[in-house]
Structure formats: C-alpha cells, structure tokens
Design a protein around this ligand. Sequence first.
Ligand code: SAH
Ligand code: AVI
Length: 321
Amino acid sequence: MFEIAHFLKPEELDEALRADVSAGLTSEPKTLPPKWFYDDRGSELFTEITRLEEYYPTRRERAILAARAGEIASVTGARTLVELGAGSGEKTRLLLDALDLETYVPVDVSDDYLLEAAEKIAAEYPELDVRPVAADYERHLSRIPGGPRKLVAFLGGTVGNMVPRERHRFLSAVRATLGPEDGLLLGADLVKDEKRLVRAYDDGQGVTAEFNRNVLRVINARLDADFVPEAFDHVAVWNAEDEWIEMRLRSRGRQEVRVGALDLTVRFADAEEMRTEISAKFRPERLESELEAAGYTLAEFWTDPDGDFSLTLARPQKDHD
Ligand code: SAH
Ligand code: AVI
C-alpha cells in the first residue's frame, strides 16, 4: 500500500481559504476562487456533472484520448505521468493502458477523494508505482515528485478555470519542472455556440447549481459562516468579450451573512451577483500563443471529430532559459 504525500497542512489551507474569502467577499464585485468547490461533496458533484448529457467536455476529451493514447505513448515514450487536478482519474485509465509507465503521480487539493481514486487505480494497476500528492498546483509545483521521461497531464479543461494572468504563471511554472525529454498534455475546451456552452453550465437537473452552491457550504463548514445556500440562485452566462463562461451566485433578496472565523459581516443587495468561476474557451491560435509565451512549442494538437474540445501535446522550447 502507498502513502499519500500531503503538502496541504490544515492550518495553511485554512489560512489560504481565509485570505481568499476575505479578499473575495470584500471586493466589488464579490468573487470566490473555484478551487474551494472541491471538498468531498464538491468532487462528487463534479463527477456527476461529467455524466450529464449537457456537459460535453468530458465525453469529447475521452474520445480524443481513446483515439490518440497510442500516439501519445509513442511520441512521448513517457515513463512517469504526473496528473494535475486528477479528480476521479477516470479518463486517465486510457493513458495508463497505453503508456509504458513506471510511476503515476495524481495531484489534487481534494485529498480524501484523491486517496480513494488513487487506491482504486493502484488496485487495478498492480505493477504501477502510484504516488498520490495532496497539493495545490498553484503553490506546490516545485515539490511534486517527478521521474524520468515525465509527462504532465492537465486534463478536463481546468486550465480554463484560471484567468489569463494566472494561466501564464501556472504554465510557466509547469514548464520550469520539465526536462528536455518531458512534455505537457493539456486538455482545453474550444469556443463554440453560446447556447451549447450555457446549457453545459446550467443543466436541467440542477447538478451544476448544487456544485456552484457547494462553495458556500465549504465556507460555512470551515470558516464558521452562515450562508443559506438556497438563498442564492445559480447563474451561468457567456462573456463574449473574454470568451469565458462565468458562473455566479445571485442573492435572492437582501441578506447579511456572518463569517465567524473572519469576524466579518457581508451584505448582499437584492439580485447581487458574486462570480464563483470562469471557464475559458479557447481558439487554437490563442492556445498556441499562450503556450509559446510560457516557453513551449506545440508538438501535436488534436480535437474530437466535432471540433468541440482539444488536447495539445507541448514540449519545452529548446532555447528557453
Ligand atoms: N481532471 C479531472 C478533474 C477535473 S475537476 C477531469 O478531467 O475530469 C478539477 C480538479 O482539479 C478537481 O479534482 C479539483 O479538486 C482540482 N483542483 C482545483 N484547483 C486545484 C488546485 N489549485 N490544486 C490542485 N488541485 C486543484
Ligand atoms: C473543472 N472544470 C474544467 C470544470 C469546467 O467545465 O470549467 C468545472 C465546472 N464548472 C461547472 N461545471 C463544471
């Protein structure tokens, strides 16, 4: 059996949550960063989202992986797979089947969920050295163990949950962990018809709405707050200028929320909206230019047959210092 490497000390995690919530709830407009969706329940809700008819990204990325896993194996010759924001690791099995791996390092902030997923994978792949790491990939990248011929996978379109400045910082930091033989496998959702995009983030069963409200439950539990999640409506809108979906929580009426751990009282006006997530959608040219700016060259760019989702294999630029 393996041990989980834990870089998320509870006091540091609380401190980070405190700082994010304090800054986010006192800013105008109010915002909350998406990484706090993912306690156990949030991770389960996300997995439920991936099975919804409206939520096409997971199915489309799975189709690309199924079609290209052999090519990914032969082009990269990867022996080590580091997966950032691994979640359930369900699609990853397509890579585990195709690659000739020694080591798999799934990394996630959602520690219990990560451990459970890693245990299942270790049982299914007894020859594989599975080393789960509970960490924040925006803070702990340099401490994440690697290995020879490393492929870093960042799937699901999670890169779109960062604003451009954060993406650049993150992609550059990943680049700094790569040797000349290593690579980055990046899943990114593509710009498409607005109606389909909005439907994917506002499903008929209300699973995404529950996922969105879950951030309030996390804050209640960890920061002694008294949000009434049902007093906020789920909103998903397409921001055409920035080419991203915005998820927001809209206050039903005027309300006051107390966050005990911050000694903070927050007032919401009727219909006031708080942004909880962006999910950027890309055009291929933009992906390429962002990757180049962060020190990569594009080795391969694949999409599913409908052109909905993309998977890019990027290599470190040779002349990059
Ligand atoms: N890769 C999976 C899961 C995507 S959901 C898929 O493609 O289906 C996003 C995952 O990233 C969640 O499991 C969440 O817990 C994790 N995550 C979000 N922010 C993170 C951060 N800052 N550091 C580490 N993991 C993070
Ligand atoms: C994890 N991430 C890529 C998802 C997305 O599509 O942006 C999170 C999500 N939010 C709402 N539905 C799914």
